[in-house]
Design a protein around this ligand. Structure first.
Ligand code: PSU
Ligand code: MN
Length: 304
């Protein structure tokens, strides 16, 4: 039986030797940021993980394979493809494999492929969630369902306020997904370090987080966890400023009837344009910050 999995030799060796590995998604590259900042961000993120003692594994679908660990050429290809790459969630995986198209993996599909490869720790910028107005649109990211089911911890900068933070937390509670704050009681809101919502648990060290994850999975409590890491202070954006642009982007999305999987990329790109790239710089800074914490957690997890 084919397993469709193509694990890069360096990643396979690290996994076989019990070394820390951090998974990275690729939709953030193709659909989350413009070229060439996206390819620079991807390379820097991998470097930060190496600098902190772990092995990076960027994940995408290419040449009919679920690829775990991309070459610089692969990343360049994806970054240049941009919105022409397929945005792949759970429902799309089989079709992008069989058509041999270039597939950028979201948090959901990256979690699935990471779990297949045996990687437990995954760093990204922001996750999908319950969209504002979801009572009408029904737009709830498949990321949340994956967090409910798949044993991978996702290190992110909290929940972006293009989403409904309160409803996202309610959904996660229902599905039994813990939201851990790294050295924070307040749920980080991506561009901002805090929000009006609280995390479930405030843990102080990567070792504390690794211990909790180990206990959860050893007890057979399946599913993921969110580790919410506030954006570094010097890169954070004033909340009032960013909220005004988010509001405008949301209005434009409604006017232009943007729907389904196009919604998140549209909002990300519009907010970046409206802030004249300021939000992009914040986005890159927080991804690098998450990569560092993810490497530290991966190391602590392997040491359990
Ligand atoms: N949020 C961000 N940046 C991103 C994404 C979300 O701040 O790049 C991407 C991730 O790949 C996430 C996906 O998994 O968008 C969610 O898309 P949707 O809302 O269509 O499920
Ligand atoms: Mn959606």
């Amino acid at each position: 039986m084919k397993n469709y999995l193509d694990i890069a030799p360096e990643v396979a060796q690290a996994l076989a030797q019990g070394k820390p590995v951090v998974a990275l998604e690729s939709t953030i590259i193709s659909h989350g940021m413009p070229y060439p900042q996206n390819v620079e961000m991807a390379a820097k993120t991998e470097q930060v993980i190496r600098d902190h003692g772990a092995i990076p594994a960027t994940i995408a679908i290419m040449d009919g394979q679920l690829k775990v660990g991309l070459s610089p050429d692969d990343i360049e290809k994806l970054a240049q493809a941009g919105l022409d790459a397929a945005k792949v969630s759970r429902r799309d995986m089989a079709f992008i494999v069989t058509s041999k198209a270039i597939g950028a993996t979201t948090v959901a599909s990256t979690m699935i492929i990471a779990a297949m490869a045996g990687i437990k720790i995954f760093a990204t910028g922001g996750i999908g969630g319950v969209h504002r107005g979801a009572a009408q649109s029904f737009d709830i990211s498949a990321d949340l369902e994956e967090l409910a089911n798949t044993d991978v911890a996702v290190i992110c900068a909290g929940i972006k306020s293009i989403l409904d933070l309160g409803l996202t937390l309610e959904y996660l509670e229902t599905k039994g997904v813990p939201v851990i704050g790294y050295q924070t009681d307040s749920l980080p809101a991506f561009y901002a370090r805090a929000s009006q919502f609280n995390v479930d648990y405030n843990l102080q060290t990567p070792a504390d987080i690794a211990q909790a994850l180990t206990a959860k999975w050893q007890m057979g409590l399946s599913g993921g966890a969110i580790i919410a890491n506030p954006v570094p202070l010097e890169a954070a954006m004033p909340e009032a400023e960013i909220n005004q642009y988010i509001q405008q982007a949301l209005q434009e999305a409604a006017q232009q009837n943007v729907k389904g999987k196009d919604t998140t990329p549209f909002l990300l790109a519009r907010v970046s344009e409206l802030t004249k790239g300021k939000s992009l710089a914040t986005n890159i800074a927080l991804v690098l910050n998450n990569a560092k914490l993810a490497a530290q957690i991966a190391i602590a997890y392997q040491a359990q």
